[in-house]
Design a binder for this molecule. Sequence first.
Ligand SMILES: [Zn+2]
Length: 319
Amino acid sequence: MTLHATRREMLKWTGLAAGATLLPSVVIADEVPPRKRVLRLAHLTDMHIQPELAAAEGVTACLHLLQSLADGPELILSGGDTIMDSLATPTDRTKLQWELWTSTLKNNCSLRVESCLGNHDIWGWDKKLSGTTGDEPEWGKKWACDVFGIERTFRSFDHAGWHFIVLDSMMPHDETVYTARLDDAQWDWLQNDLAATQPQAPVLVLSHIPILSACVLAGWSEIKPGDITVSHQLMHTDVARLRDLFWKHPNVKLCLSGHLHLRERVEYNGVTYLCNGAVSGGWWKGDHQQTKAGYAVIDLFADGTFEDQYLPYGWQVKV
Ligand SMILES: [Zn+2]
């Protein structure tokens, strides 16, 4: 009985196997490998740390929260405007703010932090209000670079299979102190850096000022009859040539920024321009328009895709 059944079973399976060879192959959805997450990072921008309004307490709360997540980030991208202001601020007050940032980070963060400069991190470009001459050794971008431990305000590095580009958005401008664009040296460097990047390596670009923004039209602009005017300090004025450069490099996937204290996501030509709200919210006085004080957690995948979420950290205004 057992032998008979076994033989019948064998004939049955042999027949099926023979038949199966004639069938077209079928892809089963469950067998498609899932995309592989290679990095979870946090984007913190516009911290505007200062002794007032419990700003250091807020930055500390944000740092503790993100490091306590069950599946937390491994890297922090710090998006600039780290201190409240040094652009139009004298030496002592600038020193106080940088010391507050350094001690807050040292005492409350064990993660790798990669920083870019914001306009408020530049010391003394407004000579009149800062009382500087321009001859001070730490004048301009040098002080922030020293604090961040970087040699140059723009740079790139590779991590987890992605290529990270950190830009310096602020160039001197006589009448209004700074304007948002790359100078010729940085532009040449960026073209060469992208040309030297393996085409299969996805690229993330970090800048303080958005390269491209839509919410700037609603949240920050001057609306005159017939026109909406966007200030040259709120969005990159060289957006068109950057767009054309990115078009030549389809591995540029994500451009991260801050500066506006507003959260938005713009998709254009295959690039996502993600501006995140500020850790300081409305400079520590609550929400900025409809965006709460918060930070973003971003997952990067090996195939060049990403997922992002904006996380308010529950900041309550301290008076
Ligand atoms: Zn800014």
